[in-house]
Design a protein. Structure first.
Length: 440
């Protein structure tokens, strides 16, 4: 099996319309990417898969969508204004910029090879600053949010009052965040604009360890549901040098990306730090009144925080495979059918004798149940290869037998097995195959 490299992933994404460099016709903008027709569908499918898992399948989790722009006091309370920074150095010779904690400052510059050419490390705040209103002064400063969690915390009381939720309960959110990264690398893994899928679960102090274990188990099981190979996932517990000062415990789910093991999602026991901070800064109590015991307390929080854009890169990396078929290479993306951008492709064997018209009508009928694609261009084998390369799990071929007995050929992407299925049984057969899908 050929090695999966980032260059191969990037090339496929550009060639097949998954992801493009932002502003490419002007030379591109580092750290920013545009999602093409297939990429946006893949991203939306993963987003919807997560949202269903967290909200629809849990009766004690509700959703919100907080504003990207928030009062600057929010970020003072959270500590981002004073502490959200990375150490940065520049090479005085080639002007390259690096995170000081990710290179050996005693070694030569990795770009130009000069020794003793680094500046002294200095802190670089990662938040994008802008202004709101007509005047540009200290009172008009706002920030593009560097995370989505604070939008949940500042709405804690609103959600409790309006939704009648009772502890333990969670608030989920999916949204864009922005970080002015010193260095952007590894395609969409680290970019200046990205999307997060976060859930803050509020619990009674003392119950946090039980719920922390629960959410660790749930979050790892989610990736198994999504069809990710479990031997490509592992746990990493934060050591004393990684753990935030307010955190009780923290684990990362790491994925084996083409560049090695890297963080995919974090599960954090944040205690009552965030709500306590907002109480101090806004002057309004962020506590909870237990309707049964009449006890008041500030809840503890168990956080699950996953990168949607990193999930996209994970899905592409995990699905990518090059198979040798008698000297011919088949490039295939083994997406789980639930997240595949195109679930079903309908292909007429020939364009004549009414075959194409039957296929077109069938494709329109299947749109109500699946994301579909119609393709009548080229040899049937070549069309299968195109569908394999974008990860389409099911191909339906309409041929002369279809005119005779209303059956079609259903081809399965992973095994390349082909079976005859009655047109009226297609939806049921495909849904059953998706329900029982296991990657070989």
């Amino acid at each position: 099996m050929a090695e999966v490299t980032m260059d191969k992933i990037v090339s496929l994404c550009k060639r097949r319309g998954f992801i493009f460099q932002s502003s490419e016709i002007y030379g591109g903008l580092n750290g920013a990417y545009d999602y093409g027709p297939l990429g946006v569908q893949l991203k939306n499918n993963i987003r919807d898969f997560w949202w269903k898992e967290m909200t629809q399948l849990h009766d004690n989790i509700v959703g919100i969508d907080a504003s990207i722009l928030m009062a600057s006091k929010v970020w003072e309370a959270s500590g981002h204004v004073s502490n959200f920074s990375d150490p940065m150095v520049d090479c005085k010779e080639c002007k390259s910029r690096f995170r000081a904690d990710q290179i050996d400052l005693n070694a030569p510059c990795p770009v130009c090879g000069n020794k003793d050419s680094f500046t002294e490390p200095r802190n670089f705040n990662l938040m994008f600053e802008t202004h709101i209103g007509a005047n540009r002064d200290a009172s008009s400063v706002v920030y593009l949010r560097p995370e989505t969690a604070q939008g949940i915390y500042v709405n804690f009381k609103n959600v409790v009052a309006s939704s009648r939720v009772k502890i333990p309960f969670g608030i989920a959110q999916i949204g864009k965040s922005f970080r002015n990264e010193i260095t952007t690398k590894n395609f969409i893994f680290r970019s200046c604009e990205f999307e997060q899928m976060e859930m803050q679960f509020f619990v009674k102090p003392g119950d946090d360890e039980e719920w922390f274990s629960y959410w660790k188990e749930q979050r790892m099981a989610f990736y198994d549901k999504m069809g990710i190979r479990m031997d490509h996932l592992r746990w990493h517990q934060h050591g004393s040098d990684e753990l935030a000062f307010y955190a009780k415990d923290a684990f990362d789910i790491q994925f084996l990306f083409p560049m090695g093991w890297q963080e995919l999602e974090g599960i954090h026991s944040r205690t009552d730090y965030d709500l306590t901070q907002h109480t101090k800064f806004c002057g309004k109590k962020q506590d909870y009144l237990d309707p049964i015991t009449n006890e008041r307390y500030i809840p503890y929080v168990v956080e699950t925080s996953a990168g949607l854009t990193r999930n996209v890169l994970m899905a592409l990396s995990d699905a990518y495979e090059e198979e040798d078929l008698d000297g011919d290479t088949r490039t295939v993306l083994h997406f789980h059918p639930s997240i595949a951008p195109v679930e079903v492709a309908v292909l007429p064997l020939v364009k004549k004798d009414g075959i194409a018209e039957i296929a077109e009508e069938l494709e329109k009928e299947l749109r109500n149940d699946f994301s579909t694609f119609y393709d009548q261009s080229g040899a049937i084998g070549r069309r299968y290869r195109r569908m394999d390369e974008i990860g389409t799990p099911y191909c339906i071929t309409v041929d002369y037998d279809t005119k005779e007995n209303d059956t079609v050929t259903l081809r399965f992407r992973d095994s390349m097995e082909q079976v005859r299925v009655a047109k009226n049984d297609l939806v049921k057969t495909i849904k059953e195959a998706t329900k029982n899908y296991k990657r070989k």
